[in-house]
Design a protein around this ligand. Structure first.
Ligand SMILES: [Zn+2]
Length: 265
């Protein structure tokens, strides 16, 4: 399973396909041509519906234009994790606010299409996106080799969990604990000791507090005390997504040229 995309050619609209006897019944859609027969055929049509369907299938399968399957462009984009990684980076770099089309128009499923009114914005978004660099911070613990979910991007202040007036945040490579909106603990390297289900001791160089929450309590199943640290990772979008960038540009060019939208499949 993965993500592909194609742009249908416009040979039919341009009259560049082999002639089809019953072209009055061909309807054009963004993704394909479709034979749509009325309930009752006009009297001038002498052949049966079945026969017309058969003729249409023959015509369609005979490569009626220069493009295989009438695709002007057909490209593999990404596997599932590749698409997930791309979407995460877009989100961390500002999401739809920064990239109005790129942040909203990528496919969630293997169908549908991007209306062509988004083409220019999508191209513009891509060009800015590919020039970006991103720093991410992963909260990690060596003791049980566990990444904590909610990998915080550079500018995302992420609420990991809360309990009444206490909130646990991850932001710019630090864990931050607030009580009634006042910061009571902040560190990028710290230990957490579980005393019981409602008591954890957070300790850093110059700070030690006792609070009732931790983001993922089950990681204390085997050990009662763990050391955590934020690991910084730097990413260059050009290195990460050059192939996808080129693929999207190819698809956009095809869409602009044919007037047909990029279809996901
Ligand atoms: Zn064609």
């Amino acid at each position: 399973m993965g993500y592909d995309a194609f742009v249908r050619c416009n040979c039919y609209e341009l009259g560049k396909t082999k002639p089809f006897k019953y072209s009055q019944f061909i309807k054009t859609y963004p993704e394909c041509l479709y034979l749509e027969l009325p309930d009752v055929l006009p009297k001038t049509v002498k052949e049966s519906k079945e026969k017309i369907k058969e003729l249409y299938n023959e015509w369609y399968c005979s490569n009626p234009c220069e493009h295989e399957d009438m695709d002007f462009c057909n490209e593999w984009i990404a596997n599932v994790s590749g698409m997930g990684w791309l979407k995460s980076c877009i989100y961390w770099l500002g999401g739809e606010k920064e990239f109005p089309a790129l942040g909203t128009q990528l496919p969630d499923y293997n169908d549908g299409f991007m209306p062509i009114k988004f083409n220019n914005q999508f191209r513009d978004d891509l060009k800015r996106f590919i020039e970006k660099k991103l720093t991410t911070y992963y909260l990690e613990t060596k003791d049980c080799n566990w990444y904590i979910e909610g990998n915080a991007g550079n500018e995302i202040d992420e609420l990991l969990c809360k309990n009444d007036d206490i909130e646990l945040h991850s932001y710019k490579g630090k864990i931050r604990i607030e009580k009634n909106k006042n910061v009571i603990f902040e560190a990028n390297k710290f230990s957490v000791e579980k005393i019981n289900d409602n008591k954890y001791i957070y300790a850093a160089e110059n700070n030690k507090i006792e609070i009732p929450i931790f983001h993922m309590p089950h990681i204390f199943d085997k050990q009662k005390k763990l050391n955590f640290y934020f690991e910084e990772q730097n990413w260059n979008m050009k290195d990460e997504f050059k192939f996808k960038y080129n693929t999207f540009i190819k698809l956009l060019d095809a869409s602009d040229k044919t007037g047909n939208p990029i279809c996901w499949c």
